[in-house]
Design a protein around this ligand. Sequence first.
Ligand SMILES: [Fe+2]
Length: 267
Amino acid sequence: MTSIIQFADIHFGVEDKDAMAALAAMVKLLKPDVTVICGDITQNGKKDEFYAARDWIRTLPGPKVITPGNHDTPMFGLLQRVFDPFGRYNRIIAPLTEPHYTDQYVSIMPLNTSRGWQAKTDWSLGVVDMAELSGVTRDLKAVSSSTVKMIAVHHPLIYPSSSPLQKETENGADALKHLSEENIDAVLSGHVHAPFMLERQPDETEIMSIGSGTLSVRRRDKPASFNHLSIDGETLSITEIFWNDGRYQNSEPWIKKISELKSQRSD
Ligand SMILES: [Fe+2]
């Protein structure tokens, strides 16, 4: 069995200090084979926030797959945002991530959907570079088809109707279609600060999407939370672990047979 912890939106600087303090015991209990961090690691992309995040990430056991979020660029440094948006992230956090994670049950690759600035008014929106996505899917296609293949991003490619935030990710729908056609199985994301799970659509236009909540105090009517996924040759189980009344509690796990979550299309 592979144990995966999925974090997102910790926003060091405004992290939920109580939930974070209690996290080490949960991590010990869940024994992750890999930890995925789906962006917005910091609040304002400041050096001290990145250093605090780095020190915490170093305490996590095993390999990490990390991708930045829109908050991981210098919020108040316009020149840096334009000319070197991920300079700090690349220097302080990127050395801690694996380029990908693969074992006998799962393969996970990160893809950056965040931008320092964009030729639009809202710079926080997600963008999928389709050429970059093709490179990721090409690498995932090389992995055994029996593994559950996932990409880790910050922005949901399509926002679920349950999301408290309703935006659009540039090329998101095309990206989901491409992922489906390439027999990728799931997208791990963050950004909306509320957990969600969407199943593969029977018409093959959308693959499974698994969103993690936030461990910051920037909440949208949901408790602080993260996800735990466990995968073996038979099933994928997803559990939301949320912070309530000063302790972590588990949601009812969502369990799916691997044979049912994968596309019926042959490789
Ligand atoms: Fe966020």
